[in-house]
Write a protein that binds this ligand. Structure first.
Ligand SMILES: Nc1ncnc2c1ncn2[C@@H]1O[C@H](COP(=O)(O)OP(=O)(O)OP(=O)(O)O)[C@@H](O)[C@H]1O
Length: 240
């Protein structure tokens, strides 16, 4: 399956950043109760990479991922998606960006329990505004890509954790986003299933040119990815 047929092949050795964060702060609450979740985070991620954000619990990983996914706005600073400052965009423009260009995956899969794998993916496409005539093929291709075509009639409780997470990945990629964001996508999986999920991510990056940013605590996953950013107290402190 070719998910990104329309994307130009990467020619330059140093690909353009798909997303950049500049001086991001995010403060929750006010006064003495204020929590400074991000305190000036800077980040630049090249297109076509598999990237991990690591850091202790509370270091700001999820908060930063939410900013990159335009689910939340920074208190200060700017996020650039393909060179455009999306922080200044209206909610409508940001919704459009999420529907078209971004895919989101959460730790807990967030599948609809009474829907089959196919229906979950198809439902995601409906929400993304994909016309009915295109949904079946797109949903089946995405499920095939994650190795679940044979199980697409199964509902979440009839699948393993790894299969459920791969269904969530299929849902997140079926509309062909250029950037996939995943918050601790392997945290609830055993190591074998976690590796299956990472293999799907590698295939998406290498075969389809997608960019993937995930958060993780798992050293085994940091070994697999192309680049690791470490967060400490709301700032990026190192890059490997
Ligand atoms: N909506 C919120 N309101 C108040 N404080 C928040 C909110 N969201 C996050 N925080 C706080 O901001 C800080 C950073 O949280 P965040 O969830 O980004 O950390 P994390 O690195 O993802 O942690 P974990 O690894 O445990 O998921 C924490 O102190 C958290 O309690």
């Amino acid at each position: 399956m070719r998910l990104m047929l329309e994307m130009p092949s990467r020619m330059a050795e140093e690909p353009e950043p798909i997303i950049q964060a500049r001086g991001i702060t995010r403060t929750f609450g006010k006064g003495s109760g204020a929590v400074h979740a991000l305190r000036g985070a800077d980040l630049s991620i090249a297109s076509g990479r598999l990237v991990a954000l690591k850091g202790r619990s509370g270091s700001g990983k999820t908060t930063l991922l939410n900013m990159l996914g335009s689910l939340d706005r920074p208190t200060e600073g700017a996020i650039y998606f393909k060179g455009k400052d999306i922080t200044s965009w209206t909610d409508r423009q940001r919704n459009e960006l999420r529907r078209k260009d971004l895919g989101l995956i959460f730790q807990s899969f967030a599948l609809v329990p009474f829907m089959s794998a196919y229906e979950n993916v198809e439902f995601g496409l409906r929400i993304a505004g994909i016309p009915a005539s295109e949904r079946r093929q797109a949903a089946e291709q995405a499920l095939e890509f994650v190795g679940l075509k044979a199980r697409m009639k199964h509902r979440p409780f009839e699948m393993s954790g790894g299969e459920q997470q791969r269904t969530a990945i299929a849902r997140a990629i079926a509309h062909r986003p250029s950037l996939l964001l995943a918050d601790e996508p392997t945290a609830e999986l055993d190591s074998r299933m976690g590796l299956q999920v990472m293999k799907v991510f590698k295939d998406l990056v290498q075969g389809e040119g997608m960019t993937i940013i995930l958060t993780t605590h798992d050293p085994a996953i940091m070994e697999i990815v192309d680049q690791v950013f470490a967060l400490e107290d709301g700032r990026i402190v190192e890059e490997e």
